[in-house]
Design a protein around this ligand. Structure first.
Ligand SMILES: Cc1cc2nc3c(=O)[nH]c(=O)nc-3n(C[C@H](O)[C@H](O)[C@H](O)COP(=O)(O)OP(=O)(O)OC[C@H]3O[C@@H](n4cnc5c(N)ncnc54)[C@H](O)[C@@H]3O)c2cc1C
Length: 392
């Protein structure tokens, strides 16, 4: 993938390089030829998802003995980027699932791991995470969904909004208040492992600008009974901290999606600029266009390196929120700029649904908003900078 292998990719073990290559080949052979039509029809890519399951993509965050073996976060990020180079919705379809797998792996009880992870690793059981609520997603400590103890476990009430893969997921990592009056607020929060059933209504797919083919829905809990052992890790009050760690991986995943879309947009622009002529020469030879391509490639490469550093830190450090936040911020903003530049380089054709660049332009904003908006990333980054006092 563009531009060339970085230092990080060269360090990957042979089998992880093969995985990235395999996914890249799958994207070129099976995804890119159908992405435009499937996306325009807003059709769920069932066949492609089945192939992703067979390739082990849903098990990438799940170690033995529950799965086939966990890959490094660098490999995970590169696979996400490859899928999203073909169609961002495929990167999205395995995003929340992978974060939930990682949460279970890091915080789950043995029983919870045994119950969910083997089926998740094969993609037989798909998972999503539900944090956002109608009255606001950025201030997670203000959520109103509650899980109150009763004789059978927990009674769940509340509404979640914008939940991806909601209709097809049979496991929901649900952020709730188990102690709504607790101060500080985050200590009253837990992650519940919820399986759909009575008292949970999944709404119809919401109409969206992009990220099509994969449903995003409202979840309404009305006296939904969750079992006694539904709390992730078995202890209440740890949910906020657990989710914050999960979001580090989520932000790396979203940055990977942005790098994938940005790469596709850049490549489309480069090809078009070589083919299209004006005033007797290929348009890339007009300095205004050529320099745009240079800026796009530089932007993309810088964001990609930051993503790979964040992925490396996720595996080696206890905390990677500073770099994961920077990677998500840099990659998503670069992706948006590159998608717009790619449209401009395509001239009128960039506005046509006959070309893919209009899809990149519609998909790009999600990475700015999802997994915490970029304004929230900036809050995370400055808080860490002040706390640490340096970048070292
Ligand atoms: C297609 C799609 C899929 C999604 N999938 C999921 C999912 O699977 N699971 C899930 O839980 N959520 C999901 N989300 C929700 C997403 O994470 C939220 O939309 C996002 O976190 C922002 O929350 P909000 O929409 O409530 O915006 P708000 O929190 O209302 O923010 C509105 C604006 O105010 C700004 N703002 C708010 N607070 C501050 C602050 N302190 N400082 C500076 N600016 C601030 C924000 O940056 C934003 O610009 C999805 C969203 C979309 C669009």
């Amino acid at each position: 993938m563009f531009p060339s292998e970085t230092f990080y990719e060269k360090q990957l073990p042979e089998h992880e390089r093969d995985i990235v290559q395999l996914v890249g080949d799958f994207v070129d052979a099976k995804v890119r030829p159908v992405a435009r039509d499937t996306e325009h029809a807003d059709r769920y890519p069932a066949d492609l998802i089945e192939e992703m399951k067979r390739m082990g993509i849903y098990g990438m965050r799940i170690p033995e003995p529950y799965g086939q073996g966990q890959v490094s976060t660098i490999c995970f990020a590169l696979v996400t980027a490859q899928l999203s180079r073909g169609w961002m919705s495929l990167g999205g379809a395995m995003g929340g699932h992978s974060v939930v797998a990682s949460l279970l792996d890091e915080f789950g009880t043995d029983q919870q791991k045994e119950r969910f992870l083997p089926r998740m690793s094969r993609g037989e059981l798909r998972a999503t995470m539900a944090l956002t609520e109608t009255q606001g997603g950025s201030d997670l400590q203000a959520i109103r969904t509650t899980a109150r103890r009763n004789a059978d476990g927990y009674m769940v009430n509340g509404t979640k909004m914008w939940i991806s893969n909601a209709q097809r997921s049979r496991l929901i990592a649900l952020l709730v208040k188990t102690d709504p009056r607790c101060e500080p607020r985050h200590q009253g929060m837990s992650v519940l492992l919820v399986e759909p059933g009575a008292g949970l209504t999944v709404g119809p797919p919401l109409s969206k600008l992009g990220y099509k083919g994969v449903e995003t829905c409202e979840l309404v809990f009305k006296d939904h009974q969750a079992p006694e052992d539904a709390v992730l890790g078995g202890k209440e009050g740890r949910g906020f901290a657990q989710m914050m760690r999960g979001l580090e991986l989520g932000r790396i995943q979203v940055a990977g999606r942005a790098i994938g879309v940005g790469t596709a947009a850049f490549q489309a622009a480069l090809e078009y600029a070589k083919d299209r002529t004006s005033f007797g020469k290929a348009i890339w030879r007009h300095q205004a266009v050529g320099h745009q391509l240079s800026d796009m490639a530089t932007d993309l490469t810088a964001a990609r390196l930051l993503l790979l550093e964040a992925a490396h830190q996720f595996d080696t450090d206890k905390r990677s929120d500073l770099t994961a936040g920077m990677a998500k911020l840099a990659a998503s903003e670069a992706c948006m700029r590159i998608a717009l530049q790619a449209m401009r380089i395509h001239g009128g054709s960039g506005y046509s649904t006959e070309y893919d660049v209009e899809r990149y332009f519609r998909d790009a904003p999600l990475m700015i908003v999802g997994e915490g908006t970029n304004e929230i990333q900036r809050e995370v980054i400055v808080n860490q900078l002040v706390r640490r006092g340096d970048l070292g």
